[in-house]
Ligand binder design. Structure first.
Ligand SMILES: [Zn+2]
Length: 95
């Protein structure tokens, strides 16, 4: 099936993170080579409607959320004045 410039086809947009309408902006051997998202107008290679591997991003997001929810108040600072060293009052003893 030959695509033509300006054809509107479905493809996965990484910015929109979903299948959106794309216009064909570049052809290669009669097939869409580059497309432009009709929603966010970003150009990218035609992915044949396949979502790119985004496990890294997912993990990143997971980690980020974990850090956010794991923020604990670090108010365990010790009061330096509370740790006052006691002086051992030595009495001059007679032998
Ligand atoms: Zn988009």
């Amino acid at each position: 099936m030959d695509a033509r410039l300006g054809d509107v086809i479905d493809d996965f947009c990484v910015k929109c993170r979903r299948l959106t309408n794309h216009s064909v902006v570049s052809l290669l051997n009669g097939a869409a080579a580059k497309v432009r998202c009709r929603t966010c107008y970003s150009d990218h290679d035609y992915r044949n409607e396949q979502a790119p591997p985004s496990k890294k991003d997912l993990k990143k997001a997971e980690l980020f959320n974990a850090v956010l929810s794991g923020v604990a108040p670090a108010a365990a600072a010790e009061d330096p004045e509370a740790v006052e060293p006691k002086k051992a009052a030595k009495k001059p003893g007679k032998a």
